[in-house]
Design a protein around this ligand. Structure first.
Ligand code: HEM
Length: 397
């Protein structure tokens, strides 16, 4: 991997150099968006794009801005057309919104099982006891792996998205080794599951992927294994942060919390507004395939381009009162799930989980708040927006 890829992916922008700014990067984004809407960062060796219109342009032009920025990872996320479309159409057959909607009652059960033991205590460690485990259990069950393995999964999938502890060469190498190891373990694990399902199909995602077919084309074992790993990487921490970020905003704005508790029909649009206002993924990477001029700047072929959806989502040119959290904002064309051909495949599942968790919380408790004395710590990652822990106090009803 060359220097360019390394820095763009793992080192935060120097503008986000304090904990306060990492916990609320949006003022910094806003300044960048106004002053240097498209700029080259020498430090990270990449271009940064901040405005809504420009971010959208990058994401909707896969010919100019390729997703093949990580050649060692051959998942859907890093593919370009036409290979991307072939694979996406195949996996789509097993991952339809209708199939996802059927999971609703079960997701509610999981949410209640995780939450109920804490109700009498009036507190819960939101990240570790609810928002973290829930998506892992849901994905593990969907794929068809035993729930008993979920701690291993959580651990391995967290490793795959982890950032380096500092920006030294050693820390970077250590991280790369850990990730490679986790990837290998997961590959072995899923290969066993695929082999088992080939012997006897079951009612699960792996079995559907084995059967999926378009014009005689089927998925290879390795493609199925890689797709399963991608679901863990792409779906777990992101959904954990969606849930935590949503609860965080409700605690930061008690009037908002009261309003939504009194009008639960607002929950789906509250989830959407969370994806705009506190998006779990704030930046999306691409690499220029040819020289492109954007806002008068020439991006050269081969250079990394980081699209700041976290900034674009607050662009006043697109969203009126962009700094306000408007729970019933409509339309709300945020880019929290990306845009274009790589638009999040798991969006229906993430929305469903977000909605069900908020419904469950607001039905069972009032006055949610961050526990007194708790200090939020940002997740150390250049692309992820979330906190490591959220000790939540409440009155059970
Ligand atoms: C792609 C965000 C949950 C599976 C993406 C992309 C974003 C995103 C921004 C586009 C990346 C790019 O353009 O390079 C999120 C957020 C989530 C979430 C914020 C939670 C709130 C999930 C879940 C799953 C999932 C639950 C699956 C279980 C995927 C997959 C892709 C993807 C497979 C790749 C699609 C492609 O390359 O065609 N996600 N995601 N995501 N997401 Fe999600």
């Amino acid at each position: 991997m060359n220097q360019t890829t390394k820095y763009a992916n793992y080192i935060p922008m120097r503008e986000l150099n304090t904990v306060d700014k990492q916990l609320y990067p949006f003022d910094a984004y806003n300044e960048l968006l106004e002053q240097t809407p498209v700029r080259y960062d020498e430090n990270r060796k990449c271009w940064d794009v901040f405005r809504y219109e420009d971010v959208q342009y990058v994401l909707k032009n896969p010919k100019l801005f390729s997703s093949q920025r990580n050649r060692s990872n051959q998942s859907l996320l890093y593919m370009d057309p036409p290979k991307h479309k072939q694979l996406r159409d195949l996996v789509n057959q097993a991952f339809t919104p209708k199939k996802i909607e059927q999971l609703a009652p079960h997701i509610r059960e999981i949410a209640e099982d995780l939450l109920d033991p804490h109700l009498a205590n009036g507190r819960i460690d939101l990240v570790h006891e609810l928002a973290g485990p829930l998506p892992v259990i849901v994905i593990a069950e969907l794929i068809g792996v035993p729930t008993t393995d979920r701690h291993t999964f959580k651990h391995l999938s967290d490793l795959l998205v982890k950032g380096a502890r500092d920006d030294s060469e050693e820390a970077f190498q250590e991280l790369m080794d850990e990730k490679a190891q986790a990837h290998e373990e997961l590959e072995q694990y899923f290969t066993n599951i695929v082999n088992e399902r080939r012997q006897a199909l079951q009612d699960d995602l792996v079995s559907l992927l084995i059967e999926a077919e378009i014009e005689g084309q089927k998925l290879s074992d390795l493609e199925i294994v890689r797709f399963c790993i991608l679901l863990l990487v792409a779906g777990n921490e992101t959904t954990t942060n969606l849930i935590t970020n949503a609860v965080r905003i409700l605690c930061e704005q008690p009037e908002l919390q009261q309003r939504i508790a009194g009008q639960p029909t607002l929950i789906p649009t509250t989830v959407e507004e969370t994806l705009r206002y506190y998006p779990p993924i704030v930046a999306i990477g691409r690499v220029a395939s040819e020289d492109v001029v954007l806002q008068g700047q020439t991006i050269q072929a081969g250079q990394q381009v980081i699209s700041w959806v976290g900034a674009a989502n607050r662009d006043e040119r697109k969203f009126a009162q962009s700094e306000q959290f408007v729970p019933d904002r409509k339309p709300n064309q945020h880019m929290g799930f990306g845009f274009g051909i790589h638009f999040c495949l798991g969006a229906p599942l993430a929305r469903l989980e977000g909605r069900i968790v908020l419904e469950t919380l607001l039905a069972k408790m009032r006055n949610m708040k961050l526990e007194a004395g708790a200090e939020l710590q940002p997740i150390q990652s250049a692309f992820v927006f979330g906190v490591r822990e959220y000790p939540l106090g409440f009155d059970a009803i």
